[in-house]
Design a protein around this ligand. Sequence first.
Ligand code: GDP
Ligand code: ZN
Length: 286
Amino acid sequence: MIKTGIILKGVGGFYTVLSEEREYVCKARGRFRKDGVKPLPGDIADFEDGYLLELHARRNALTRPAVANIDQLVVTAAFSRPAPDFLLVDRLLLQAAGHAIDAILAFNKSDRKDDKTLLAAEGYRAAGYSVVICSAKSGEGLDELTPLLANKTSAFAGQSAVGKSSLLNALLPALSLKTGDLSAKTERGKHTTRHAELIPLPSGGLVVDTPGFSLLETETIEPWDLAALYPEFKEYIGQCRFSECLHHTEPDCAVKAHMKPESSARYERYLIILEELTEKRRHRFD
Ligand code: GDP
Ligand code: ZN
């Protein structure tokens, strides 16, 4: 009987497929190689008698880590060490939005909370994002993060050393057990630098075990499409005097007229990204 499941990992030509809470190990038929399609973790596959038969169309695919069909990006920043890079945070949120991937924010290292970063976190909350203040070290906020990961496939992304791996380990006690007393991160790194893996969470969700985020499709957001990717600006677009308003220097701009004080920092960074996209576009047609 043909079954359908989600590929959790592929190692040495063997694919582990999760279907109705059971795991099956399958090989790919030669056809996949012929078609130049490499099954990825996250792919929905039909399989039978130990063979993958068919992959369902992908909603999205990342290259680093190589996974398909991500539902949600957990954009992770730290309160300090490293100091939060909000421009990177915004870029990751935009990348996700541009590919119709949901995004939530995790501000980690809450054992080093400061008012300035808390205010920035509030800004993202005001923009409409789910924001979790958490610490992989103290465990604060993990009970808030857990339900946000339920019944979805999530990937962590963010600056190096913000604590993505630590959060994964804190959320996945089973994984830490698997890697024993040795540094769980180093161990996992060894096994998965080449092969990302989806790990089932107790809540029913799946999480990519390798942090990172880069999309296969070379994305080009047009300058005039940028503002629509900001949840806090979206509702006013279309109310500006000019239909092609970039919400910058144009008169009678509804986005600027409705700007809340807590949006101003995001807006300043919007202008930086807008300038970059405009510049890129200029070069594309040189
Ligand atoms: P990654 O590069 O984003 O995966 O970051 P890691 O998980 O490797 O963490 C980087 C460093 O931050 C490590 O030394 C962790 O022990 C530390 N770290 C992680 N979470 C916390 C936290 O909540 N509080 C503090 N103070 N340190 C943390
Ligand atoms: Zn406008």
